[in-house]
Design a protein around this ligand. Structure first.
Ligand SMILES: O=C(O)CCC(=O)C(=O)O
Length: 275
């Protein structure tokens, strides 16, 4: 076994510096921001001709304004960014598959759809929507015992921006979750464990791999900027207990029943598309 695998097995995590080309990460961030930008234009926060001069601070102010003025629109943008082609492409990158196999997942398979976070207290009505306390991902995934998470910053993330905090070696203590909060399997930490948490500062292009049993939590974002990150989760189809447990899968994915936009579309709306 090589050093990386030994370190991962012992500590439950692995930091991979410069894992992705910066352009691949920048593309995901750009596509995510462009989802919101279309609504900023629709709402006349900004004219299309002024887009080139829009800086990060102005973008963030528009984002916070959208949260205050039209939560449904902000939420729907947040849903759309989960479906970006660049995000899904990144989650299936050959480098990831190779890494998973090196870490012992013989037949890796996507556990849950990729998620993209843009966390800031100004973008959430409840704490759990911007800062998640100590939890283990396995409780929500319930997949193979060697399931892993790959946590990827889309911007440089230091402590002030809320670097993810992990508890090394906690994957060896098994499932410690005592209740579920918004889908997260929460863990009560001892005072000693709280002191042993380490904040993993990462730059765009880096990746953090960790066991789905590793206890981790969000750091506090004390800046004016959202913390952009994406998180991928994988199971192993070859892991014995996963096979025995009939490939348990706890996620539900289904459409709501009501028509969101009443009396839409008309024949006229459609004819504009197909003319
Ligand atoms: O990124 C975060 O701050 C929390 C998210 C997380 O830990 C998770 O998705 O499991």
């Amino acid at each position: 076994m090589n050093e990386e695998v030994n370190f991962f097995n012992k500590n439950g995590y692995l930091v991979l510096e410069h894992f992705f080309p910066k352009q691949a990460i920048a593309l995901v961030l750009k596509e995510a921001k462009s989802v919101f930008l279309r609504q900023f234009i629709e709402k006349k926060y900004i004219m299309p001709c002024a887009l080139e001069d829009l800086d990060d601070a102005q973008f963030n102010n528009f984002l916070y304004r959208l949260f205050e003025e039209d939560l449904e629109c902000l939420t729907n943008c947040g849903k759309q960014v989960q479906h970006l082609i660049s995000l899904h492409t990144l989650s299936l990158d050959a480098k990831i598959v190779d890494l998973l196999q090196r870490m012992g997942l013989k037949s890796p398979i996507v556990s849950t759809r990729p998620v993209l976070y843009f966390n800031h207290p100004k973008l959430a009505k409840q704490k759990v929507f911007h800062t998640v306390d100590a939890h283990q991902d396995w409780r929500s995934m319930q997949g193979s015992l060697n399931a892993v998470v790959i946590w990827i910053p889309l911007v440089d993330i230091n402590k002030a921006l809320g670097a993810l905090e992990i508890l090394p070696q906690s994957h060896l203590d098994g499932l410690r979750t005592d209740h579920i909060e918004n889908g997260f399997g929460m863990v009560a930490l001892t005072d000693e464990e709280k002191e042993n948490l380490i904040a993993v500062e990462l730059n765009a292009g880096d990746a953090l791999l960790f066991s789905s049993f590793l206890i981790h939590q969000s750091g506090d974002n004390i800046t004016d900027m959202p913390r952009w990150s994406c998180h991928f989760r994988y199971n192993d189809l070859e892991e014995e207990t996963f096979i025995q447990r009939k490939f348990a899968h706890p996620y539900l994915y289904k459409p709501m029943e009501e028509l969101i936009t009443k009396d839409f579309p008309t024949i006229n709306d459609l004819s504009k598309i197909y003319s």
